[in-house]
Design a binder for this molecule. Structure first.
Ligand SMILES: CCCCCCCC/C=C\CCCCCCCC(=O)SCCNC(=O)CCNC(=O)[C@H](O)C(C)(C)COP(=O)(O)OP(=O)(O)OC[C@H]1O[C@@H](n2cnc3c(N)ncnc32)[C@H](O)[C@@H]1OP(=O)(O)O
Length: 213
């Protein structure tokens, strides 16, 4: 019969269908998530948030091809960041690579954790690309915490072209998971961890998490 919507039976001997992946875990906070106050040691609104690691691809000043994203603490649990798209960041000719735009969102969202004074890593990151971003554009990213539930930090961000009121180019929602500093020392390449521990500034910043949780 034509027009039937019944699925065709699998031919005999065909491999069993692959199991469906579980439904994606949401980045939307549950109803009983909270919005905690800023941590006592958090950078004051309007002050820069220092790069967490000089060699970080997102924020490190010692990464000439990196994003060199800069961030400033906002009011409450918010952050404002900027990143200029350069020729080394191209995907299509003259346009930013989507993966690098996602990296900029990841970096900015990660910076929110300094306001909570708890190290955290990205568990899940969802991005919507709304408009192409030309090389030489300055992307202005505003990010905010949407809820905290145990070790889970939910957040969202919006990236606009040219200024804080420019057209929206990218939106993101994320789930970060708070970790102990051992997360880095256990999993990181030993020589990089050693260098990081030998850097008095980074060591001081990393220790601040532990003495001021
Ligand atoms: C001393 C020198 C060191 C210096 C350090 C300087 C300080 C640095 C400070 C800050 C640096 C920040 C750097 C920012 C850079 C930008 C951000 C990134 O790109 S981070 C890199 C990409 N992300 C990863 O590499 C994570 C890889 N994944 C993991 O390591 C694990 O899976 C981890 C930690 C995320 C979770 O593992 P578990 O064993 O700790 O915990 P479980 O029980 O699995 O999860 C906890 C809860 O979270 C949920 N969860 C985990 N992953 C989820 C997911 N993908 N989606 C939904 N829920 C998830 C689970 O269902 C669970 O929920 P329920 O408590 O049971 O309700």
């Amino acid at each position: 019969m034509t027009g039937s919507t019944a699925p065709a039976a699998a031919p005999q001997g065909a491999p069993a269908p692959l199991p469906r992946p579980a439904a994606p875990p949401p980045t939307t906070p549950p109803a009983d998530a909270v919005l905690p106050p800023r941590a006592p040691g958090a950078p004051a609104p309007g002050t820069p948030i220092e790069p967490h690691y000089d060699l970080c691809f997102g924020c490190g000043p010692q990464r000439p091809d990196g994003l060199q994203l800069t961030a400033v603490a906002g009011e409450g649990l918010t952050v404002d960041a900027r990143f200029t798209v350069r020729a080394v960041h191209q995907g299509g000719p003259g346009l930013a690579h989507g993966g690098l735009l996602t990296t900029a969102m990841d970096e900015t969202l990660g910076t929110l954790n300094w306001l909570l004074h708890a190290p955290a890593v990205t568990g899940r990151l969802e991005t919507d690309f709304v408009r192409p971003v030309p090389v030489d554009s300055e992307l202005h990213i505003h990010a905010w915490v949407t809820g905290v539930h145990g070790r889970k930090v939910y957040s969202a961000a919006e990236g606009r072209i040219g200024g804080p009121d420019g057209p929206v180019a990218i939106r993101a929602q994320a789930l970060f998971i708070q970790v102990k500093l051992e997360h880095f020392t256990t999993h990181g390449r030993p020589e990089d961890i050693k260098k990081a521990l030998d850097d008095p500034d980074l060591f001081k910043r990393a220790r601040a998490f532990e003495v001021n949780p």
